[in-house]
Write a protein that binds this ligand. Structure first.
Ligand SMILES: Nc1ncnc2c1ncn2[C@@H]1O[C@H](COP(=O)(O)OP(=O)(O)OP(=O)(O)O)[C@@H](O)[C@H]1O
Ligand SMILES: [Mg+2]
Length: 329
């Protein structure tokens, strides 16, 4: 199974919306998918489940969120519980998010340091995310896991990324997104190297994920465009993305960069789908499966078809890049 993180420390670029839509598109491509909500804001969970479903989740005693599965390990009351994933569809297993997950930050920070002392518990704590994702994948026999992360460079994301083979970076066509790459690129490399070093010290018989965190490319998200700006302003930032990605993320400064249209690292460019996104959130369905009964009437149906084609192309590009095996059509 391939595990793919959607990550950028810049907030609001569209990470959660991407994970939600790609989970459904991979299901359209006849794959079984884990969608893991590892952001304590739990926005991905609210995209999949309505308020009644979330309330039922909280009222139950099951280990049905990422935090509830991990809590006994955190509190030293036994090991990790087997997570009970939510099932918005037969082909999708959602590892529900949890606001309380932020309580784990300090422990994860300590554990990261203690891995260098070869402490068994430290490895169990860091590897908990990979274990939870693995359990959810086994539940449905998933071929791919998509991981939504919060917008920061903290210890929770660092540990969560050790569960991930690949990292996709959603970007907006603005100064902060392009500049942000200069933080996120080197940070990813440092984390990858530090984890590789720690893995070598892991006691035998302790499960430690590979944590390849290989950069798979970027997705240019255009919903963040400010309409009061001239078109040239965002075209300029968009044109800078290939070079900035090469320099900051791939650590290849000074190499000639292609245009964004020709850039193999640009996995896709998504437009602002405007009212379709609001309808999708309301219906808790992906934009590309909206029906007239969901409010997608008249001209919206053409937009729905276009959106389907955009996400299909993006999912295929990501699958190719990350080595996700696709069933024959
Ligand atoms: N392609 C799009 N078209 C229209 N609106 C979009 C698109 N992508 C995202 N949005 C909207 O932009 C906002 C931010 O998106 P989202 O929550 O996915 O970003 P995020 O990167 O996960 O944010 P955070 O950093 O807070 O986790 C949301 O209101 C979402 O509906
Ligand atoms: Mg988000």
């Amino acid at each position: 199974m391939r595990t793919i993180a959607f990550f950028n420390n810049k907030g609001g670029v569209g990470k959660t919306s991407l994970v939600f839509h790609l989970a459904w598109m991979f299901r359209e491509l006849r794959l079984r998918v884990v969608a893991a909500d590892l952001d304590p804001q739990a926005n991905l969970t609210s995209f999949f489940l309505d308020e009644d479903e979330i309330e039922r989740l909280w009222d139950s005693d099951e280990p049905n969120t990422v935090w509830r599965a991990i809590r006994p390990l955190y509190e030293g009351e036994g090991g990790l519980q087997t997570v009970v994933p939510q099932r918005p569809d037969d082909s999708i297993a959602l590892v529900a998010g949890d606001l309380e997950l932020s309580r784990y930050e300090d422990e994860l920070s300590r554990a990261w340091a203690e891995c260098t002392d070869e402490k068994r518990r430290a490895f169990l704590v860091i590897a908990a995310f990979a274990q939870v994702i693995r359990q959810a994948a086994e539940h449905i026999g998933a071929e791919v896991a998509l991981v939504d992360l919060g917008p920061n460079l903290g210890s929770l994301n660092r540990a969560a990324l050790t569960a991930c083979d690949h990292v996709v970076l959603p970007l907006g066509p603005d100064l902060f997104s392009i500049q942000g790459l200069r933080n996120v690129g080197p940070t990813l490399r440092t984390w990858r190297d530090q984890w590789a070093e720690r893995r070598r010290r892991a006691p035998s018989k302790v499960f430690v994920p590979e944590g390849g965190m290989a950069p798979a490319g970027y997705v240019m998200m255009r919903h963040a465009i400010r309409l009061d700006r001239p078109v040239r302003a965002y075209e300029r930032w968009m044109a800078l993305a290939p070079e900035a990605y090469r320099e900051a993320v791939l650590d290849k400064p000074g190499e000639p960069s292609p245009s964004i249209e020709q850039d193999p690292d640009c996995l896709g460019r998504l437009k602002d789908y405007r009212s379709l996104m609001a309808m999708a959130q309301e219906a808790r369905k992906p934009m590309f499966l909206l029906k007239p009964a969901d409010g997608a009437i008249g001209g919206h149906q053409a937009a729905v078809s276009e959106c389907y084609a955009d996400f299909r192309a993006l999912a295929l590009a990501i699958a190719r890049r990350c080595g996700v095996p696709l069933p024959n059509p």
